[in-house]
Write a protein of this length. Structure first.
Length: 147
């Protein structure tokens, strides 16, 4: 099996997202956009595109952590950031099931909410740890002289 690098997949995912959603933001192109890509198609493709974006971001975060040396203080926060995105990817998988497979609205609360809540805890922990790593680095902080 051939491995496809993330740096080749990410631009394709971003291009798809832009092609699907950006034309809908322009009022004069809304009618044309609706004719070319009906709302039903966007409703079906949208969750899959979000899932792909989250998956690519999770891989990027986890690979960033893996590329840092074991004693690098930024390795932990990068791992937490990647784990947050991985949990959001799992949550999105739970949400994609309902409209695409079950043909029903997602219940509230759903199993995806557990992944999202745990993911938020990891995001907060990663953010706090990034701040501590930055402060320990000796770089100037907000309010300090930049000389």
């Amino acid at each position: 099996m051939t491995r496809v690098p993330v740096r080749r997949v990410a631009p394709v995912v971003v291009t798809i997202v832009c092609a699907v959603y950006v034309p809908r933001l322009l009022p004069q192109s809304a009618e044309l956009s609706e004719r070319l890509l009906p709302t039903s198609v966007v409703d079906a493709v949208g969750p899959l595109v979000r899932l792909a974006c989250l998956a690519v971001a999770a891989v990027f975060g986890l690979r960033s952590a893996a590329r840092l040396e074991r004693d690098n203080p930024a390795r932990g926060p990068w791992f937490l950031l990647g784990a947050w995105l991985a949990l959001f990817t799992l949550g999105q998988v739970g949400l994609v099931y309902y409209p695409l497979v079950a043909r029903a609205p997602a219940p509230l609360p759903s199993i995806a909410d557990a992944a999202f809540l745990l993911g938020y805890a990891l995001l907060i922990a990663a953010s706090v740890r990034f701040v501590f790593v930055y402060r320990a680095s000796g770089f100037p902080r907000w309010g300090q002289a930049w000389t």
